[in-house]
Design a protein around this ligand. Structure first.
Ligand code: UT7
Length: 332
């Protein structure tokens, strides 16, 4: 097996201070702490205030990751932002983040991979660095999901939260540490199971018609149980393929870091992969589903509390709207 092309040299995160608990949601929609906890594992999530944009959050996480890597904003060659909640449709959120951070020497662009976007970004960065087009990359997952949920829809509003996470990747050394395997996949034929209609309806030449968009306007629509089944199937597949590609088995994995969408999806993936829950990172109870931010935030927290050390083997797995799914094995 050839050695890794890139390694992660810095990690950062940023979450809003405002905590929204299940008991507060009980007063907003017809739900209960008991339902949310048992069906999803979520106890609370963070909600950004009106003035805080996805770009603001991403820039803060990005600066923290650069600081951790010992780099300045001007050092960044490629700035990749994964988001499903851009503040505006033009320009790319990455360009807004670039301006906020002062990363003036970078090429900046977005990746639309929903919850899988940050892992797609890692793959793209690996390609850019592997072909010599960039010396380093800052990959940010930032989401202000509170701005696109239907606050009257109990089936989705309880699930999502706001957060940003970021990592710096640089060329790997020859010590075997770094991103040792990656896998990416998509299936656009299932796009209608989890989507967000455009503000002007599906035909942009037709004037805004909230009725045509259905209840809740252009907010997230999800066929929960169908998405659940695909998420489990795809994450299990992705975990298996990346591990095999890395020439490793479940016993070699120090920490499985799955996208945090539902504790039951996390448990099913871990069980299929043969990894006991004491080697699985879970923070969905505190943040809910933060889409593309969920894995970099998890990496940050796991390292901060000592669960990731030099040489630790991580298995990263994500799934999201598209459908999209991906995985990576990292020797830290
Ligand atoms: O980020 C990547 C993509 N997202 C996911 O991977 C999410 C995947 N899906 C899920 O996590 C789960 O399907 C949900 C958490 C969204 C829903 O859980 P479920 O166990 O699949 O519930 P369900 O949709 O089958 O609904 C069961 C019942 C329904 O009531 P009836 O028809 O049985 O009377 C729902 O109306 O639960 C009801 N329900 C709720 N009850 C209380 C749905 N949402 C709520 C709620 N509070 N918030």
């Amino acid at each position: 097996m050839k050695g890794p092309i890139v390694r992660m040299s810095g990690v950062g995160m940023w979450v809003p201070e405002r905590v929204l608990t299940n008991s507060e949601l009980e007063k907003m929609v017809d739900t209960s702490d008991e339902w949310i906890t048992t069906r999803t594992g979520i106890k609370e999530r963070r909600i950004a205030d009106e003035k805080t944009t996805a770009a603001d959050m991403g820039a803060r996480a990005g600066l923290a990751a650069l600081d951790d890597a010992g780099m300045a904003p001007e050092d960044v060659d490629a700035l990749i932002v994964a988001t499903a909640t851009p503040d505006r449709l033009l320009p790319a959120t990455a360009c807004d983040v670039q301006a906020m951070m002062g990363a003036k020497n970078a090429v900046a662009f977005d990746v639309w991979g929903a919850c899988t976007g940050w892992l797609y970004g890692i793959n793209i960065a690996q390609g850019l660095i592997g072909t010599g087009q960039a010396r380093n990359a800052l990959i940010i997952g930032t989401e202000k999901l509170s701005s696109i949920v239907d606050w009257k829809d109990r089936s989705t509003v309880v699930l999502f939260g706001d957060a940003a996470g970021a990592t710096v990747v640089v060329p790997a050394a020859t010590d075997g540490r770094g991103v040792v395997a990656t896998y990416m996949k998509s299936d656009g034929s299932l796009g209608d199971l989890l989507f967000r209609p455009p503000a002007r309806g599906l035909n942009p030449s037709i004037p805004i018609d909230v009725v045509a968009l259905g209840e809740g306007g252009n907010t997230i629509k999800m066929a929960g149980p169908e998405v659940f089944k695909s998420a489990v199937r795809s994450m299990c597949e992705a975990a298996e393929i990346a591990l095999k590609d890395a020439g490793l088995t479940a016993g070699d994995v120090d920490l499985l870091i799955p996208h945090q969408a539902n504790i039951r999806i996390i448990e099913a993936t871990a069980k299929y992969a043969g990894i006991p829950m004491d080697r699985v990172w879970v923070n969905i109870d505190r943040y809910g589903n933060t889409s593309s931010a969920s894995i970099p935030v998890s990496i940050y927290e796991a390292r901060a509390c000592g669960r990731i050390q030099a040489g630790s083997v991580l298995l990263l797995v994500a799934f999201g709207s598209g459908f999209t799914w991906a995985s990576a094995v990292v020797r830290w």
